[in-house]
Design a protein around this ligand. Structure first.
Ligand code: GCU
Length: 631
């Protein structure tokens, strides 16, 4: 079973094929995307709308730092053999007292799935390496010709997946979904699903070895057993046609023996139905007019129930419709200028600790953002769970989503580029029907070089090829004028290719003290919307002192006040996502009794308590919201 990653089959953007000809490299890109589309297992879009059985719960685990369950003593992978003789994926049980077997999942400890292993066991807090998971499940099908898949919301970082001792495949990338078809391999009862998860960091990986977040390992999101009809709707896409507010563009992809079928898409609330026929590849692309559409916005997050019907399959999804674009230095949401009142968020649940993964976690984090007065959030620095985007759709929070091309990536390594591209297309395919998502970000704080800019340009082309309806950007850096320390220059060559001119600035924290902020003046090379993707300062919640005392709440609050005043002087300033909503774990923050392994730039402490700066930003956002032009 040849499987790269779940959603690698993202069809290129059907609506803008013409536009592609302007980028010869884009055509090559398109060919690659199409090539990868043709041999992958079918996508499993909208998996939460399908009938599925949760495989979440307690899984037996084996911690395997020497990868003894994967390699023989000659360091040859057991699963490379036609008939493997060893390997924990065989999930063997001792048959008689004389049989030598040195592992046993049944008597091994358990960990909860979904969940990272680091926050579940104190001994595993710093563990990086291989850990084996095993669960057993029954798979009684509801129809003899239906199909079965195992779906993983994410596994950090590398996952080797086995069913009943057979290898299903290997997935690389810690934050995007993947699945395998198991129709032929599954038994009615007692299936053994074994996953080797390895979160070892590698220089050529994405992310690379150096990050400012905790390298949580494990099966960090839902695992589902999904049943589909023999021919099913494997992916769908519905959005307003670019530049219109009354025409919907759509595409559906069927997978299975009956690919050529009639289909019907309906939006009952709008009394709209569109019918058509899929082609020999099971694909249909079409558009249809719509009247009386309420456009989705943070003020009115209107979602419509949309149903998809074919003779063999039925599915529904909740979708909002809105337009997003830039014009000069303006960002236009539904045709009207918008200021993005945002906050950056890491995917951690401050109360439970560890990676967040559940709808409730998303409601907690986005609820705080709403309380701050936000209409926008930056999900840093990697794809967060699908629940986050669906909850943002419901709550009315616009989103910036990002792939972990972070700091010093191996720009010259073609595999690193292919890996980054796959993570990006997988993210876009997963969330392309989410109205809340308006920005695809392809990188964060990457050092300027021709190789780096070419690498990022390829990612921008990849994003535009997969979805030409959203903005593309990256968090860039500011350069100091060697002749004037108060003169900041934004001239990153990569800015030419992005829709937003986004950059991080830490004046008053990494660059001088807060009194410097008021003296700063800017040279901004591009006539584009300026977006400050990060600014901030560490503060230990509950530590109070004068505003010059680092790590005090007063220092952080003062920096926020001064930064907001400085940014308001930039005419093109169109939004920000200060760093960061909550304190988060980082192995780069050892300062005893202050950081203790936490980055303290949160506006909310690790115990959920708000700091003074929360109020400073909230006040500013209330003022901005009051100033915003009313619909
Ligand atoms: C960087 C980076 C963040 C990091 C932050 C900090 O800008 O993008 O990931 O956590 O600064 O230093 O706190």
């Amino acid at each position: 079973m040849n499987r790269r990653s779940l959603f690698a089959s993202a069809p290129p953007d059907p609506f803008h094929a013409g536009a592609m000809r302007s980028h010869p490299s884009a055509a090559a890109l398109l060919a690659l995307v199409v090539a990868s589309a043709l041999h992958a297992d079918p996508a499993l879009d909208n998996v939460y709308a399908r009938s599925s059985t949760s495989l979440n719960g307690k899984w037996h685990v084996i911690v395997d730092p020497y990868e003894n369950g994967y390699y023989d003593y000659r360091h040859v992978p057991y699963d490379a053999a036609e008939k493997p003789t060893g390997g924990y994926f065989l999930d063997k049980q001792q048959k008689d007292k004389s049989e030598l077997l040195e592992y046993n999942f049944d008597t091994s400890p358990t960990l909860t799935v979904p969940g990272d292993w680091n926050s579940q066991e104190a001994q595993l807090l710093y563990y990086e390496g291989t850990l084996w998971y095993r669960t057993r499940f029954d798979a009684k099908k509801s129809a003899p010709d239906s199909r079965l898949f195992v779906y993983f919301g994410a596994a950090n970082y590398r996952a080797d997946v086995y069913l009943n001792g057979k290898k299903l495949g290997t997935h690389i990338g810690g934050f995007t979904p993947f699945s395998y078809e198991i129709t032929a391999l599954a038994k009615e009862t007692g299936n053994s699903l074994v996953v080797r998860v390895d979160n070892t960091r590698h220089a050529d990986a994405v992310p690379t070895v150096n990050t400012d977040w905790w390298n949580y390992g494990g099966l960090t999101r839902d695992v589902l057993l999904v049943e589909t009809p023999s021919t099913f709707i494997s992916s769908h896409r519905l959005q307003l046609k670019k530049g219109t507010a009354d025409r919907i563009e759509a595409s559906v992809q069927l997978d299975g023996p009956q690919r050529q079928q009639a289909f019907r898409i309906s939006i009952p609330e709008l009394n709209v139905t569109s019918e058509g026929q899929t082609d020999a590849n099971g694909v249909a692309r079409f558009e249809f007019p719509v009247r009386g559409l309420a456009l989705w916005s943070p003020e009115n997050p209107k979602l419509y129930q949309v149903t998809f019907n074919t003779a063999t399959d039925h599915m529904s999804d909740k979708i909002g419709f809105r337009t997003i674009e830039t014009r000069g230095s303006e960002i236009l949401l539904n045709g009207r200028p918008v200021f993005l009142r945002g906050i950056s968020i890491h995917e951690e649940n401050p109360f439970r600790g560890g990676r967040a993964y559940a709808p409730e976690d998303a409601r907690q984090l986005l609820g705080w953002a709403k309380e701050l007065g936000c209409n926008f959030a930056r999900l840093a620095h990697y794809p967060h769970s699908e629940h986050m985007a669906r909850v943002a759709d419901e709550m009315g929070v616009l989103l910036w989503e990002e792939v972990p091309v972070y700091w010093t990536i191996s720009w010259k390594n073609p595999d690193t580029l292919a890996n980054a591209r796959t993570q990006l297309t997988d993210l876009i395919t997963r969330d392309r029907n989410r109205a809340s998502v308006i920005v695809w970000s392809v990188a964060n704080e990457t050092p300027v070089s021709p190789e780096r800019t070419a690498f990022l340009k390829t990612l921008v082309d990849t994003a535009r090829a997969a979805d030409a309806t959203r903005l593309v950007s990256a968090a860039m850096e500011v350069h100091a004028d060697p002749a004037d320390a108060n003169h900041k220059i934004v001239d990153d060559p990569f800015g030419e290719f992005t829709d937003l001119l986004s950059f991080n600035e830490y004046i008053g924290w990494y660059d001088g003290a807060p009194d410097k902020i008021g003296r700063v003046h800017w040279t901004i090379k591009y006539d584009k919307p300026v977006f400050i993707s990060e600014f901030g300062a560490d503060a230990l919640q509950g530590w109070h002192a004068d505003a010059l005392t680092r790590f005090s709440e007063e220092y952080q609050a003062d920096l926020y006040r001064k930064t907001i005043a400085m940014l308001e002087k930039i005419p093109q300033w169109r939004g920000t996502t200060p760093w960061i909503l909550c304190d988060f774990r980082s192995p780069r923050r050892p300062l005893p009794h202050v950081q203790d392994g936490w980055n303290r730039k949160g506006l909310i402490g690790e115990n959920g308590t708000k700091k003074m700066a929360f109020g400073v930003l909230q006040e500013f956002y209330q003022r901005k919201a009051a100033e915003a032009p009313k619909p």
